[in-house]
Write a protein that binds this ligand. Sequence first.
Ligand code: MN
Length: 380
Amino acid sequence: MRTIKIFDTTLRDGEQSPGASLTTPKKIQIALQLEKLGVDVIEAGFPIASPDDFNAVSLIGQKIKKAAVCGLCRALDQDIDRAFDALKGAVKPRIHTFVGTSPLHLQYILHKTRQEVIQMATAAVKRARGYVKDVEFSAMDASRTDVKYLCEVIRAAIAAGATTINVPDTVGYAVPSEWGKFIKKIIALVPAFNKNIILSVHCHNDLGLSTANSLVAVEAGARQVECAINGLGERGGNASLEEVVMSLRTRKSYFDADTRINTREIYPASRMVSELSGIAVQRNKAIVGANAFAHESGIHQDGVLKKRETFEIMRAQDVGWPCNQIVLGKHSGRHALKTRLSHLGIKVEGKKLQKFYERFIKIADRKKEVTDADLKRIKY
Ligand code: MN
């Protein structure tokens, strides 16, 4: 079974989410939780972006012992030097440098030819390798880059010393089946990926496909996935760590792959990031939303109470929830009601239960959710 590396970018791409600005002490708190979670790489920030970002990367580098700590930089000398300065105290420093490779980026942002961009990538990776042995190179907007040219850039970056090559769907444009073929083709055209060089993907959620795209890439041979807690990130966000990790864990035998993540730390990490960033998690968000393990329909509640697996593919406790939740409402049946009542120390059987149930349904028709306090007030 392959072990897929989890590269967390909550503190870099996630922090770039409009509305989410994290102070350095908050970033350190999250980094420590990410280490508990067992991520392989923590992208801590973009050191040249601001003195604050520099400080955060530097302090996280000093505090984190097990995970690699990564600083992002453009393929420019001053960026790379600044990233290395920030990472000096890290046990496992990684420099992550990038340059755009799509026609749009070459023409409108970089004003460079294809050959000039290859030279930029080569020079940047060489400079970074002069500082550290763990260097990641990203071809920004790879999903809209001609695959043959992309592979030329990748081969040059590997020749210059890059150890991880990231193929990002920067703008969230890829479609799963096409993306899987794209990744396979890159691996076929760059033999180093069958040796020690790691292919990584970084998928965005503009069309809601970031988790699906990350998973097809794993099937195609990617060995690192970049993601963020709660799917934070630019615009629609990045692939969400919890979805990628739990898809691989739940369907381990299908993917023949897993991660080193301690899944019981997922829910605590999600709560922490939501609280510290101020970005709420939607109720029906997979894995970590308030409804992720909640059951309201009577048929589902009855099934789950008889045998949890009838309507649940994961155990709430395995991702760090205290337990699954039976929400009492108008769709609930007698079985769920009776179970809750017995937890509350209320014993009702037979005709009394029927009467209690009828009163309960009347309340449920008025209110969406019937609470324990409501139940205690019911006379029977
Ligand atoms: Mn991104």
